[in-house]
Design a protein. Sequence first.
Length: 197
Amino acid sequence: MEPEMGAWSTLEYVTISRESAASGCNFYLTSVPALLVENLPQNLKSWVGKPTKVTSEEVTGISGNGRMCLLDPRAEKELAPEDAESFDWFVFGGILGDDPPRDRTAELRKLGYEGRHLGKLQMTTDTAVRVTRMVIENQINLAGIPYADYPELKLNKNEATQMPFRYVKGEDGQPVMPEGMLELIGKDADKSFDDFF
Ligand code: SAM
């Protein structure tokens, strides 16, 4: 995880927590600075223990001899439904997307886990977890998942912003995003507009 947990990451982790609870999976946030473990944002705190575990330990410390899969945009193989037979743990970089991506997942690649990609486009972390769940639990091929690529989000009457990520497309045709994310993006846009003057 990144050393700090900003509002954006927190909303992603709350969403991963909610979806993990619904599907009966554990969700571990590892390498979290000790001070942050004690002072988690309130909206995430309410998920701790059900199913979220937040620890300063590294992923290598908690996974024992489990069969690990690193979700890595640069992996040679794509994640496929049959991987459900091969892996017990799925590891994601707890890092925010950057545009262009800086390959910060490389830090985790050093651990030597087997890697799988989810296609060429960078996803937000909660999207990467959601897509992994659809492939592994729902047994859908990557090609069978409906995506919203680089969606334009309308923030208000006058402003829109384009997100440089791939999302899953929901039944309403809109990108699936954490609750509260649209509002947060709108606020950030206002802030940078203010900074400009
Ligand atoms: N910008 C970061 C980089 O360059 O490594 C990626 C950040 S991404 C928002 C966070 C995590 O989601 C990645 O570390 C990876 O585990 C997962 N992820 C996102 N898109 C992916 C893809 N297309 N294939 C595999 N994993 C992906």
